[in-house]
Write a protein that binds this ligand. Structure first.
Ligand code: HEC
Length: 138
């Protein structure tokens, strides 16, 4: 058996073992994580409609999500830093919406979206394993 096959076989065994152990937690977490996407989409909807109360509401919901225990999937300075940036942009969004400042809110939305992409990109590159449950590819 060549090395590649060996590694693949090991990967499958580990995936099955992890999957059976952390399945429930994983499901719960992915539902929670999907909310982020839903709120981010609602934010965009709010911006194009100039619906400031909606912008403010969804920005606050995103901030609350990021303060939930389920957010703490990884430990480390980078993850923490991106989480801080994420919360800061949700604050800026809510504040700009409060002032009916469409440009400010749009800029904060773009910055927020950057943190989404950066954190996910970093997780993919990162060797570190999540604190609990494993990452499962869909
Ligand atoms: C500080 C890091 C961080 C930021 C910022 C972040 N996420 Fe995530 N996201 C995660 C982690 C960790 C997971 C869970 C990965 C896992 O369990 O496999 C996740 C999972 C998800 C998932 C479900 C998994 C998937 O691939 O479908 C979605 C959707 C998602 N995030 C969307 C967003 C959106 C939209 C934003 C910005 C509004 C965002 N995330 C910002 C860390 C982050």
């Amino acid at each position: 058996m060549n090395t590649t096959r060996c590694v693949m076989a090991l990967g499958i065994v580990l995936a099955v073992l992890w999957g059976s152990g952390g399945g429930e937690l994983q499901d719960e977490r992915s539902t929670y994580m999907q909310f982020k996407l839903a709120h981010a989409q609602q934010l965009l909807g709010g911006l194009v409609r100039e619906d400031f109360p909606a912008i403010s509401r969804h920005a606050q919901q995103l901030k609350l999500l990021s303060q939930d225990a389920s957010w703490e999937v990884y430990r480390g300075a980078e993850y923490e830093q991106l989480s801080v940036m994420f919360r800061r942009e949700t604050d800026r969004l809510a504040e700009a919406a409060g002032h009916r400042n469409l440009d400010g809110a749009t800029l904060a939305y773009v910055q927020l979206t950057l943190t989404c992409v950066q954190c996910h990109d970093q997780m993919r590159k990162n060797e570190a394993k999540p604190i609990a449950a494993s990452r499962e590819e869909p």
